[in-house]
Design a protein around this ligand. Structure first.
Ligand SMILES: NC(=O)c1ccc[n+]([C@@H]2O[C@H](COP(=O)([O-])OP(=O)(O)OC[C@H]3O[C@@H](n4cnc5c(N)ncnc54)[C@H](OP(=O)(O)O)[C@@H]3O)[C@@H](O)[C@H]2O)c1
Length: 374
């Protein structure tokens, strides 16, 4: 498994180990430090890795993409679960750097590694947005020809899928692809180790509130501002624990291999609901929806605070494709899993957890990282 020390990775690793799967996790240099961080992350979600390491159920080895994949000293590898990725949105003109280096060169190296070591089954974590700007119902199938993309990250993940698709043409090769939309925290606790996207915007709203609130004038702050987008459009966010559970159920059952799974929200919150959540949580009112073309580039100072920083993500606010999830629904039905609907209460819980961690500045994982570094 690659990427076990990431946000999604430590959830998937926990679920696989809980279900008695033997896992070899490749962690980046220095191994001792990565291993400590991983143990700490697992502890945060209620899992003690020490007995698994002691019994040999979990083996930690040093490895990095694309150049430092490990020698398989642990014996034969049945499946590769490739979850590692660079989440850099843009390469800033450096085609040799991330996200292409890890996501494309890294995938090529991993495929070579799998070929060299007789691995016939690969599970790869991609993204729902390999669909680029495509509209309509997005199928659980490869997108060909290449669509137009909003970011280099999307393009790099599409290129990685293509490399895997070519690999899967070899006899006996079985490829499974998981495509989550935007990950958010745990649907039960709100816990997250990632504070981008949804959280980045919530943080900006908190800055707006602090800037304009009048402590002598009640809890509600009136800030008239335009929101570029339509109230009925949706934001496809999906809790990390749901995504990890489906990945685990698929990896553990070979009958479910060989398909593409959209791990997306079947009932994504609308912009209108998100607006109400932010208003309720932060004590704000005065926002109203407007045509993005009339807002972006023509902002008041309050609007600038939100949209100037957020502009990279606004395309996704105005582009909300509908994802087919037939394959994922089959798994949910078989294992009796329902989707944790993101209603007002859950969204406010997610915001609250992140706000209490000061949007990542106080995150336990980061604190631990600083402690182990010093
Ligand atoms: N987050 C989202 O909203 C989202 C949405 C859709 C799809 N995904 C996909 O889900 C997967 C997991 O993402 P995540 O959100 O959990 O990301 P994350 O928290 O940033 O974790 C990324 C993981 O990949 C590892 N990694 C990065 N570059 C590497 C390299 N060059 N060599 C070896 N390992 C490397 C990281 O190791 P270190 O711990 O050492 O940094 C970490 O374990 C990715 O494939 C991503 O594309 C994520």
């Amino acid at each position: 498994m690659t990427g076990a020390s990431g946000f999604l990775g430590h959830y998937v690793l926990r679920d696989l180990l809980t279900r008695q799967r033997r896992v070899v996790a490749a962690l980046r240099h220095p191994l001792a430090r990565s291993a400590r961080r991983l143990a700490y992350l697992l502890e945060q979600i209620g899992f003690d890795a020490a007995p698994c390491i002691a019994s040999g159920q979990l083996t930690l080895v040093e490895g990095a993409l694309p150049d430092h994949l490990p020698e398989p000293t642990w014996g034969h590898t049945d499946d590769v679960l490739h979850n590692a990725a660079s989440l850099e949105l843009f390469s800033n003109g450096n085609g040799d750097g991330d996200p292409f280096r890890t996501n494309v060169k890294g995938t090529r190296a991993l495929i070579e590694w799998a070929n060299a070591h007789g691995v016939k089954t690969i599970h790869a974590v991609s993204t729902a947005y390999t669909c680029g700007w495509n509209d309509g119902l997005i199928p659980e199938a490869f997108h060909s020809p290449a669509p137009r993309f909003q970011t280099d990250y999307e393009r790099s993940k599409w290129l990685a899928e293509s490399l895997f698709r070519d690999w899967s043409q070899q006899p006996e090769s079985v490829l499974t692809i998981f495509r989550p939309s935007f990950l958010v925290g745990d649907s039960q606790t709100g816990y997250t180790t990632q504070f981008a996207g949804f959280y980045q915007f919530a943080r900006l709203v908190s800055v707006l509130k602090n800037r304009y609130q009048d402590p002598h004038n009640g809890k509600l702050t009136h800030i008239p501002l335009r929101i570029p987008g339509r109230p009925e459009d949706v934001q496809n966010i999906v809790p990390v624990d749901f995504v990890a559970r489906i990945i685990t159920e698929v990896v553990l059952d070979s009958n479910r291999h060989g398909r593409i799974y959209h791990l997306t929200n079947p009932q994504p919150p609308t912009n209108e609901l998100m607006k109400r959540c932010y208003e309720d949580y932060f004590g704000l009112h005065g926002g109203y929806f407007a045509d993005p073309a009339t807002v972006l580039g023509h902002c008041t100072s309050a609007e600038s605070l939100l949209w100037d920083e957020y502009h990279l993500l606004t395309p996704r606010v105005v582009h909300a494709p509908h994802f087919d999830t037939a394959n994922t629904r089959c798994v949910m039905d078989e294992v009796g899993l329902t989707f944790p609907i993101l209603d007002r209460e859950r969204i406010c819980m997610l915001i609250d957890w992140a706000a209490r961690q000061q949007w990542g500045r106080r995150s336990p994982a980061r604190r631990r990282e600083r402690e182990t570094a010093s």
